[in-house]
Design a protein around this ligand. Structure first.
Ligand code: FE2
Ligand code: FE2
Length: 403
């Protein structure tokens, strides 16, 4: 099976996985093995679904890589976010079901700890109907994956806590789920503006961390509340909100290790998910492009140790993605090697002239072994300008501080 953008599905293709109903993740909008009909593309797009899994002869082995239980856990978390956020929208008084959230995050966290790497990385990019809600769920998920890679660093950075508590990621997950809750109090015309914000509108938008923090006052554990307040702080001190003293005078910007470690992780997960998602003002960018931009445009913005863990966990080319190689062969990504992030293993599916390979299982190439072949494009986007910054990570990059 193949991960296919909804724009590229055609009548006659067959779904390899069911498509859950965004409004009720316990029910399916489309069943597995259903043939795509003529109006399916429009229906999916109307519901905010941008990718589906399509059956593809010889790539059925990818089905074994997807973990249905993990998908179920993510859908449940999303359903909970949705229910809570809708209540927040309806009522002036905010009551978040913190206990319920914590239980769901705990079971997702326990599940991830016992899952293999390839399986968990496949599941990030599920698209659902409401950006704020799916974004919150995805940021929580990505942050947990990165946090799991940083156990020893967390013990070091949260040295006032017992090691067992320092590496407990539940409050990181909770903070990420709620990080943008303050946006629900930002006027819709600013939040959903298709164009660039004016400086005045941007100042209003920048209030959302403080608004969210106030909304949760007294309800959320402090470590989670800090994530809500400080998820836009930067390592180089160029983030916000600006701190003020008791007389309202601005203090030195928060920077480096003053920014709590959970917030440093949340910042990266937040930027990554926002840029890889479809927005009212910009289309979704491929992972490889976003990772390149994070390495270049955001130089100095991130804690270097968190950054290193992030790039070792998040693949530029997710498993199941269809790509075009520089020799014009169409292939599908089947593995991720953090040592050679942009040179994964691929399986060739079509020749340069568009014919199917008779037996794709015989056509597997480990691109790290073929320096003259590279991935040239993803969904029609030329990705070659983004490869150089991510070409290889030497072995010593696996710093002893990382688990
Ligand atoms: Fe935010
Ligand atoms: Fe966000």
């Amino acid at each position: 099976m193949l991960r296919v953008s909804v724009d590229r599905i055609e009548p006659g293709m067959v779904l390899a996985r069911p498509v859950p109903l965004p409004t009720d993740p316990h029910r399916y909008l489309l069943q597995r093995d259903m043939e795509i009909g003529p109006d399916v593309r429009r229906r999916l797009k109307d519901l905010g679904i941008y990718e589906v899994w399509i059956r593809c002869r010889d790539l059925e082995f990818l089905e074994g890589v997807i973990d249905e239980e993990l998908c179920e856990q993510q859908r449940l978390l999303y359903a909970q976010v949705r229910k809570n956020f809708e209540q927040v929208m309806r009522n002036a008084v905010v009551e978040i079901d913190i206990v319920h959230f914590q239980n769901s995050i705990s079971s997702l966290f326990d599940f991830l700890k016992n899952s293999s790497f390839g399986r968990v990385m496949l599941e990030k990019l599920d698209a659902f109907d409401n950006y704020l809600m799916s974004h919150s769920t995805n940021v929580c998920y990505v942050a947990l994956l990165v946090g799991m890679k940083l156990e020893r660093y967390l013990i070091q950075e949260r040295s006032l806590l017992k090691p067992r508590d320092a590496k407990d990621l539940r409050h990181l997950g909770l903070g990420c789920l709620l990080h943008d809750i303050g946006k629900m109090r930002i006027p819709q015309e600013i939040l959903n503006k298709p164009g660039k914000l004016t400086p005045e509108e941007y100042e209003i938008m920048k209030q959302h961390p403080m608004i969210g923090y106030e909304m949760l006052r007294g309800q959320s554990p402090p470590a989670a509340a800090q994530v809500v307040l400080h998820h836009h702080q930067r390592w180089d001190g160029k983030g916000y909100p600006v701190r003020v003293d008791q007389h309202g005078k601005p203090l030195e910007p928060m920077s480096g290790r003053q920014v709590p470690i959970f917030c440093r992780i949340a910042t990266m997960a937040d930027i990554y998910d926002a840029a890889t998602s479809q927005r009212v003002y910009s289309p979704a960018k491929p992972s490889v492009q976003v990772l390149h931009e994070m390495r270049t445009w955001c130089k100095g913005a991130f804690d270097p140790i968190v950054e290193q863990a992030f790039y070792e966990v998040i693949p530029p080319f997710p498993i199941g993605q269809t790509v075009r190689l520089s020799n014009n062969i169409e292939a599908v990504v089947v593995d991720f090697n953090p040592r050679f992030p942009v040179s994964p293993k691929v399986q060739c599916i079509r020749t340069p002239s568009g014919e199917r390979f008779p037996d794709p299982s015989q056509e597997e190439i480990d691109l790290s072994q073929y320096p003259d072949i590279e991935i040239a494009s993803v969904d029609g986007t030329d990705v070659r300008p983004f490869l150089d910054t991510q070409r290889s990570r030497p072995l010593h990059s696996l710093d002893p501080v990382l688990v």
